[in-house]
Structures are given as C-alpha cells and as structure tokens.
Ligand binder design. Structure first.
Ligand code: IVH
Length: 676
C-alpha cells in the first residue's frame, strides 16, 4: 500500500507539472496521448487506493492555474472538456452506450472538426458582446474581454435581423491560421530567438496577453462549436439547427459540420479529414461526434469533466518525444552543411522517423541541443521532421549527454567551413571539387522540376559517380543500357527505362534547363523569370549584371550568384557540353489568348539587330498577336521596335520625327506580357 501511495504522489506531481505547462504556460512538452495515458494510469491507481477522495482528484479537474493578471470570473454553465478515443473503431462502443441510455436504435450524430486551439466563452447580452472568458478550470475562467475585442471575426454585436437571445454564452475555439503561425514564428525567431512549437500554443499565448494590442497584431480567429447558457424563445431542438442559428447571427462556424446516423460515414469523415488535415489552413487534432438531439443530450448527461453525449476521435499527433542518439553533418548541393540528428526511432502519424534536421549551428545553440537530449519531434505535412525543443534535460540521463561539436572543415572535402549570416549558414565553398556537392548537383539535375529522369535515384547516381561514369550532367546523356546494367541492382528492363527517360528528357524548356544548373538562389520561380527575359540559352549565357538587376524578383545576391556562375570556366564548360545533347522546347511566343485582341491591326516597324528574338520568331509573335508588320515608317505607324546598332537607322530618325512610339526589346516584352 505504501508503495502504491508513493507512486500515486509521484504521478500526481508529474501530471500537475504537465497540466501547468499546457494550461498555464501554453507550452506543453508531452503530447495529448501521453497526457491522457498518465491520467488513465492515475485513475487506475486511485481506484486501488483506499484513502483516496474521489472529487479531489486531479483527474476530475479541467484546466488548472490561471494567469494572475486577468480577473477570474465564473461561467454561467461550466465549460466541459471532451472524452477522447484514438481509434475510430471505438465509436461503435460509444454508440452502443448511447443506444442503451436513450433506448433508441437510430439517432442522428453531428460530426465536426476538432479545432486545435484554445476554448473560449463569449457572453452576449441583448446581442452585445460583454464578456469573454477562457475555459480556466471549467468553472471559472480568465477575463480576456479586451483581448477578444481585437479578434477580427468575433462580432461585437449579433446580427439582430433574426430573433436573438436575451443572453447566450457562445462557446468555441480561438485559433491561428497556419499561414499566420508560420509568419509569426519567422518574426519571433529573428527578434527574440524563441518560437511557438505549434499554432495552438501560439493562439493561447497570443490571447492570454496583458496587452490587447499584442492580440491584435497576432491575427487570431474564432470558430463557434456550441453554447452554454441560452435564454431565448424557440430554441431549436437539435445541435445542428442551433449551430445554423448561431451562424445567422454573424458568428463564424466551421462549414465542415455533417449529420449522419451511420457509423461507417463517421469513419469515412474521420479518414477523409485525417488525410486532408495538412491542406487546411488551421490545425485540427481530430473530429468530434455529438448526439444531435438536445433532449437526448440532457437525458444522457455529463460527468464533472465531460459530456457523455460527445466524444473526440483524435488523430495521431504530429509531435512526439524521443532521444538524439548522434548528430551527423550533411553537405548539400550548394555547400551548406546541415546537422542531422539520428534519433531513437519513433512513429509519427504512421511514419517511422529516424532522422531530423537540426537546420544549422545557430539552431543547435538556440535550442540547447545535446547528443543524448530528449527532444520533441514534429512531423507535419511534407515538412522534413525537425526538433521543436529539448524536453526537460534534468532527467537521469542528463549526465550522459554530450556537446555537439560542429566541424570546422567540410566532412566531405576537408575545406575550411565559412560561417555566414550569424551562424545560420555554414558553407563549404569548394563548389567544383567537393565530392558530396558534385553528387548532390547530379541528384538535383535529374530531379522532377529539372530534367525529370525517372529511375535515377541517389543510390544509382552515387555508384555512377564513384565509377567515374557520370561526373558532370552531360555524362548522363552518354549513358548506355550496358553501363547501367553493370550497376548492381539494375536489370535490363530498368536500364532500358532509364535510357528512354533520358531520351525524352533531352527536349527541355529553357526554364527547366536553367533550374537544373543548380545556381545558388535560382529556384523554380527565379528560373521562370530568367527564361521569360532571356528567351534563349545564348542570351542567358551572355547575361550581364545590369540587365539581371532590372528583372523583377531578382535581387543583388541572386544576380551576383548568376554572374559568378556564368563567369566560371568550369560551369560554362558544363553548360556548353550539356547544350550539345539537348533540344530546347519552342519558346513561349507570347501569343494573346483572349478574344479581345489588343494589338489587332496595330502597325509596327522593326529596325536594328534584335538580341532576344530571331527575325522569324519576332515575325511569328507579331503576326499571331494581330500586328501588321510594315517596312516603312509612316504617320500611321503605331510602334517602332528598335534593336541594337541603330545609330544610322533611317527608320529611327523618321519615327522620332513623326512621334511614333519607340520600344526597345525589353519594353516590347513588358508591353506584351502586361497585355497578355
Ligand atoms: S464540443 C461540451 N466541438 O476541444 C462539449 N469542442 O479537448 C465541449 N474543441 O474543450 C466541446 N473543436 O475546446 C467541441 N467541434 C468541437 C471542438 C471542440 C475543438 C475543443 C474544445 C474542448 C476541447 C476538448
């Protein structure tokens, strides 16, 4: 018994600590599942314990300590939490319990998204928002009225076009749009070196602010999912209609509310949103299923902590704890050295995670990461798993932790690493001889947005490179099926497929070609701008800094990178060798697609040498866009397209005299691109 009591005390202390971190500090370090498991363990131990006081148990409390700069006020109706299940199959058990209780076989259930935010209760008296309370301990909450006035989509007045209640507590969730959360963290990281680990904490931390101005800046949002006290005639008899009514008063509700009486439809709804959750611009951590009929809800009743007529079916969390076993340093395509944590494997939303990016030297310092640290790992959407924070290093294993030693020299070629941007970038600048960089450049070259060669994964590329068969991109096009078949694991069919893919890839757009070169800072969109401006590869090769800087979206750094790439003998050789194998796709000839043809019958004369277009190309562009090409400038000429070497051009002199609009090639391009 003594032993049981000791365990109980220890567990209670642990739960109190985690509840304090979650509810008071908005900074939890364990996932909801882990917290629920602790609660379940405590419930079991409490049942066994003799001198345990039922109503005093922490398992019966909702929320915990509140922040003392807010006034604490009582809710009219308690704000309850939800019982959770983690397996959608268990909804059967829930349904059976309800059937027994209300003695009905068929009944309607409301399925909703479980918004991962912070619960709030908005009190409207005669349609005016007079008070906003956080959930607090469920009975009393923190008064955050002033802050809630700064949440754009919370109306201060209900739309009284329809009958409104005398008094109503609107219950719902404060949350932050994922896009705003990302922006906030970027800003926070720069200004104060700390970030919020997820959007729920960001929303909670932004609402529970002493200064309402901060809440305003943080752009919070609100969704209503229920109500507390409500004094009104003709209250609908079901949850779904009540939510619709609330919506008609101008209160935001989430549109994905769905009524059903079928278990398999609930399961479908669950799986659908589990798959789609990354595409929503707000975080959800599960779905909520509620009995729709309000009389049935009453009949079923509540516990002190949660309603028995509703249940949350949670998704597996995006975040989990594990240990850092070791740290390796990877050299990227552009020479950037990235520390990668080797983890004790954990499963996050169905995927086993063994590695996580530590981003850079600065992040290691900021997060105080050590080898052996217990860390919180997050994997959401297609983002590479990363370390959110170190979890409580004051554990038994702390003494076994080891400092991470960031290398001084490149782990691949031993060149001295250069530090840039306040330790946020560590770079090996041995671009043409560092083997790791060369291999990564080849991987980039065959990637989907570049030459898109199917079947050539990193493994094969590394083997081709080590065997000196492919050292630079153009070598790919010299490959034979026999070369490939000599590589372990490649059989006839795969070899032929790769060769076929290489043949198809030879025809490429300028945009993809530029992207494939892997110039620092020249990603997909910059490549697009470059190809639109330079039109053909010769123009691009001859690019100069002055012209580059005129291009929209190309700043000084990128322009300098491009020029130093083009001025380098080695990279120029790579381009020239490559050009021999490829055929450029026909250029985008800027043909107007809309019916109202702006240039129809506009008369144009060309003079001088055009750099961006051949004469055939320009003739095609002009004709297809409706221009009439003239040879002589007259008073009814609309434009003169003026190339280079025109100092003796009679057409230019005459155009000036007749005040014909004169366009150089760039101006002409801008004009037609704007019209198109
Ligand atoms: S109903 C009395 N519906 O999840 C029933 N809650 O983990 C109370 N939540 O305290 C809640 N989305 O703050 C309900 N569609 C939804 C919800 C939702 C998010 C929150 C709510 C609740 C917490 C429980």
């Amino acid at each position: 018994m003594q032993c049981n009591n000791k365990k109980l005390k220890k567990l209670k202390k642990k739960i109190s600590y985690h509840a304090y971190r979650y509810y008071t500090l908005d900074n939890p370090i364990i996932s909801d599942i882990e917290y629920d498991l602790l609660i379940q363990k405590l419930q079991k131990l409490e049942k066994k314990s003799k001198n345990f006081q039922k109503n005093d148990s922490i398992t019966k409390k909702i929320g915990l300590k509140m922040l003392n700069f807010f006034k604490i006020k009582k809710h009219f109706t308690p704000m309850l939490s939800l019982q959770n299940i983690y397996n959608v199959e268990e909804i059967e058990v829930f349904k059976k319990k309800i059937q027994k209780k209300i003695k009905k076989k068929v009944f309607s259930l409301s399925c909703e998204l479980k918004i991962d935010g912070l619960a709030i209760s908005l009190l409207y008296k005669k349609g005016i928002l007079i008070r906003s309370l956080t959930r607090g301990n469920g009975i009393k909450g923190e008064d955050v009225t002033l802050n809630s006035f700064n949440i754009k989509n919370i109306p201060k007045f209900l739309n009284s076009k329809y009958q409104i209640p005398e008094i109503i507590e609107i219950r719902g969730e404060i949350y932050m749009l994922s896009s705003d959360f990302k922006k906030l963290n970027q800003k926070k990281n720069i200004s104060c070196n700390t970030i919020f680990s997820n959007s729920r904490n960001a929303a909670a931390g932004s609402l529970r602010q002493n200064d309402p101005k901060i809440t305003k800046e943080r752009k919070l949002m609100f969704f209503c999912h229920g109500y507390g006290i409500c004094k009104m005639k003709n209250i609908p008899n079901n949850h779904y209609d009540m939510i619709k009514k609330i919506k008609s008063w101008g209160i935001p509700v989430n549109k994905n509310i769905f009524l059903t009486n079928k278990i398999n439809e609930i399961q479908k709804y669950y799986f659908y949103f589990q798959k789609k959750r990354d595409l929503l611009n707000f975080e959800i951590d599960g779905i909520v299923v509620k009995i729709n009929d309000l009389n049935d809800q009453k009949k079923i009743g509540n516990t002190t902590k949660y309603p028995k007529w509703a249940i949350a079916i949670k998704f597996s969390p995006y975040e989990k704890q594990t240990k850092i076993l070791n740290v390796d340093f990877q050299v990227g395509r552009t020479g950037i050295i990235t520390p990668v944590a080797r983890l004790k494997p954990i499963k996050i939303s169905g995927v086993i995670i063994k590695n996580a990016s530590l981003h850079n030297r600065y992040e290691i310092k900021r997060l105080k990461i050590l080898i052996g640290s217990t860390v919180l790992i997050r994997r959401a959407g297609d983002v590479i798993p990363y370390v959110v924070k170190v979890v409580n290093t004051i554990d038994k294993n702390f003494l076994k932790t080891k400092k991470i030693i960031f290398p001084q020299n490149c782990p691949s070629c031993n060149t001295k690493i250069i530090e840039e941007n306040n330790m946020k970038i560590s770079r090996c600048n041995n671009y043409f001889n560092c083997i790791e960089q060369l291999k990564k450049k080849l991987e980039h070259f065959v990637s989907r947005n570049a030459f898109n060669i199917i079947g050539l994964g990193p493994n094969i590329i590394h083997k081709l490179f080590s065997n000196k068969i492919v050292l630079i991109p153009s070598d790919f096009f010299k490959l034979t099926a026999q070369n490939l078949k000599n590589i372990e694991g490649i059989k006839e069919k795969k070899a032929n497929n790769i060769i076929q893919s290489l043949n198809i890839a030879k025809k490429i757009s300028l945009e993809k070609f530029i992207y494939s070169l892997g110039i620092h800072g020249v990603g997909i969109s910059v490549s697009k701008y470059l190809s639109k401006n330079y039109i053909n590869i010769q123009n691009f090769i001859n690019a100069n800094l002055k012209d580059l800087l005129k291009i929209n979206k190309i700043g000084k750094n990128i322009a300098n990178n491009i020029i130093s790439f083009l001025k380098n003998k080695d990279s120029m050789l790579i381009i020239l060798k490559l050009i021999k194998h490829v055929k450029f796709e026909k250029k985008n000839l800027f043909i107007l697609k809309n019916k109202k043809n702006f240039f129809l019958n506009k008369k144009i004369v060309i003079t001088g040498k055009l750099i961006k277009f051949t004469r055939n190309e320009i003739n095609e562009i002009l004709k297809k866009n409706g221009f009439i090409i003239q040879n002589i400038v007259s008073k009814n000429t609309d434009f003169l397209l003026c190339g280079k070497y025109t100092h003796k051009s009679k057409k230019l002199i005459k155009s000036k005299k007749l005040k014909v609009k004169i366009l150089n090639e760039n101006e002409f391009l801008i004009l037609i691109k704007n019209i198109i």
